[in-house]
Write a protein that binds this ligand. Structure first.
Ligand code: SAM
Length: 248
């Protein structure tokens, strides 16, 4: 029966795909994917050959219309992204919205997610988390998003574009001050996986210790605001951190 299946794929280690995902990818009529070359490689690794539909951030509206008419004709379609769970900081949400609006069935096949993997290995005991995803690239917008997060008591999860890690870590230090803990989850499930926990004041030193750390795929987690810190205290700490960094 006509369904759009949202299928999670690996975030590094190619074995991190579920048996159900492989079974379903073998069964569907077509696979909508972010990058056809990338998905063709994944399918070939598992001996699968399927018609692919390119569905990236620039054509989601048109592709949604095509997928809807194929589903209405009774087809089953899988949606995958380049890595991890589609539609979360990845293309797919517009297609899912359109398919649901058309009254058609959408069903998820769970699997790898960089955010949840990082959180599970963070050792942060607080069960609440707030998924921020990618921060805006422009410094002004980024800083105002960070200001809005200062009081959130949940662990804050960020995705980071490769090559921006040093700048973003500095922005996090300026916003949150040096005392909160940060978790760097780098290259998860890959050969050079590293998960490091330190305070924000120690973060720049850790990054500088190994030049490989300047790039790579990172999830960053910042410990949530402690319930007893008042607005004034937070602001005083933030200003103090900036002043201290100017002095050094
Ligand atoms: N949809 C994906 C998911 O479920 O995790 C995320 C895709 S998003 C475009 C890519 C970002 O996810 C990267 O910039 C990085 O922040 C994070 N990421 C993906 N794979 C990762 C990995 N193996 N290790 C650490 N972070 C990763």
């Amino acid at each position: 029966n006509a369904t759009l299946y949202i299928v999670a794929t690996p975030i590094g280690n190619s074995a991190d795909i579920s048996l159900r995902a492989l079974h379903l990818l073998n069964l569907v009529d077509a696979v909508a994917c972010e990058d056809t070359r990338n998905t063709a490689q994944l399918l070939t690794r598992y001996g699968l050959h399927k018609p692919l539909i390119a569905a990236h951030q620039h054509n989601e509206h048109e592709v949604a219309a095509k997928i809807i008419s194929r589903l209405q004709a009774g087809e089953r379609i899988a949606l995958v992204s380049d890595a991890g769970t589609p539609a979360v900081s990845d293309p797919g949400a517009i297609i899912v919205d359109a398919v649901r609006t058309a009254g058609l069935r959408v069903s998820p096949l769970p699997g790898a997610s960089a955010a949840i993997s990082a959180l599970s290995a963070s050792g942060l005991v607080n069960d609440q988390f707030y998924f921020v995803g990618f921060l805006p690239a422009k410094a002004g917008q980024r800083d105002s998003v960070l200001q809005g997060l200062l009081q959130v008591p949940a662990s804050l999860i960020f995705y980071e574009a490769p090559h921006r890690i040093i700048e973003s870590t500095q922005a996090l230090l300026n916003a949150f001050g040096g005392d909160r803990r940060i978790i760097f989850a780098r290259e998860l499930t890959k050969l050079f996986e590293e998960i490091h926990r330190c305070t924000l004041s120690e973060a720049a030193t850790w990054l500088a210790q190994d030049s490989h750390r300047e790039k790579g795929e990172y999830v960053l987690i910042i410990e949530g605001a402690s319930s007893n810190s008042s607005d004034d205290e937070l602001e005083a700490k933030r200003v103090l951190t900036i002043l201290l960094s100017e002095l050094s």
